[in-house]
Design a protein around this ligand. Structure first.
Ligand SMILES: C[S@@+](CC[C@H](N)C(=O)[O-])C[C@H]1O[C@@H](n2cnc3c(N)ncnc32)[C@H](O)[C@@H]1O
Length: 338
């Protein structure tokens, strides 16, 4: 047995209880192998409903190892998952779409449906973006939101494919607003809404974060060194009961720079102001090199300085399909009660 197969079998054994629990909760999207912590750095294997998505980030997987991994997982789960292999070991973690190691079966390229917390999500093996359409390490946060949205107005910032919005709608939110600047991501969010026709409809705002959140917060939309700003949708100042702030690690636009390492505050401040008194702001930081304690202090200080002190601050940890030997998972999530 190869060392990879051995590591994979140990990972599957460690997940037995968790997988039974997830299946009973209507979830069939989860991480089966988290290589950085389980013996093969740079390799991950995720189940997305009927598909098995294997990704390599450091170097391509050998074809025999890939096929063995697929067989071992199918045997352990008693399923015939469709294999999708994305080698992302090239520059900027871009998928090598020439597929020199393994050609995806045509059936796996068709649109599929995965499930989480009893909701349907669009699963697509290949799409214009690099990442899968649902980030699995945010599952516990989505679960918390589903359980605590009843009667609340919810603002989902950097909404991507609107998984958080969907959970809020399923949890009985009075209103759900998803905000992202990428039309394609919001389109998948709309598809996710349509895949759950029993839920009330969500709203979608296609806008850059900075002008949108500053208008909601009642702050001026600032220009960069006097440059003329591109068009942005006009929004009324208002607050929400529950706000989710889950930005990418780094992104630059005409309106500003998202930089979780150097400047979390310019994202956090307006989000705090757009959260109602007595409301909840859930904020995330997915940069591995940022320490939870340092970031937590920074967040609490920023709220204090803004006159929006935090009454309670709780950490939401990823589930055990994202094990972390040092107790420091890259994705850190704080739930702030204002
Ligand atoms: C890491 S994803 C966020 C994950 C998401 N919160 C979720 O629940 O899956 C990053 C998202 O931020 C969006 N984005 C990046 N910069 C932005 C900006 N300046 N304004 C609005 N959206 C932005 C991208 O289009 C992408 O959908």
């Amino acid at each position: 047995m190869s060392s990879l197969d051995q590591a994979l079998r140990a990972a599957l054994a460690a997940r037995e209880t968790l997988l039974a629990q997830l299946h009973s909760q209507g979830t069939d999207c989860y991480r089966l192998f988290h290589g950085s912590q389980e013996g093969a750095p740079g390799l991950t294997a995720d189940r997305y409903g009927p598909q098995l998505l294997v990704q390599s980030f450091h170097h391509p997987v050998e074809r025999d190892d890939l096929l063995q991994l697929h067989a071992t997982i199918n045997q352990a789960l008693g399923l015939e998952l469709q294999l999708v292999y994305n080698d992302r070991s090239g520059s900027n973690s871009r998928i090598d779409r020439s597929d020199p190691v393994y050609q995806i079966e045509p059936a796996a390229l068709e649109d599929q449906i995965g499930h989480e917390w009893g909701l349907n999500y669009r699963v697509r093996a290949r799409h214009p973006g690099q990442d899968p359409l649902l980030f699995l390490d945010l599952r516990n946060t989505r679960g918390w939101i589903k359980a605590h949205s009843a009667g609340k107005s919810v603002l989902n910032l950097f909404a991507y494919t609107c998984g958080v919005g969907l959970c809020a709608a399923a949890g009985g939110a009075s209103e759900v607003v998803n905000l992202d600047f990428a039309e394609g991501n919001l389109e998948v969010g709309k598809e996710n809404g349509a895949l759950n026709p029993q839920l009330p409809t969500m709203q979608f705002i296609q806008s850059d974060y900075f002008p949108a959140i500053r208008q909601l917060a009642g702050l001026p939309v600032s220009t960069r060194r006097g440059q003329k700003l591109p068009h942005y949708p006009r929004l009324e100042q208002r607050q929400f009961d529950l706000v989710l702030l889950d930005p990418p690690a780094w992104a630059k636009s005409a309106f500003g720079t998202v930089d979780l390492l150097r400047d979390y505050q310019s994202l956090l401040k307006p989000a705090l102001l757009a959260t109602a008194k007595g409301g909840t702001l859930i904020c995330c930081n997915n940069l591995a090199r940022v320490e939870l304690e340092d970031w937590r202090q920074q967040v609490l200080r920023c709220a204090e300085k803004l006159g929006r002190p935090v009454r309670d601050c709780q950490v939401i940890r990823p589930a055990d399909d994202f094990p972390s030997r040092d107790g420091k998972p890259p994705l850190k999530t704080l739930r702030l009660q204002l």
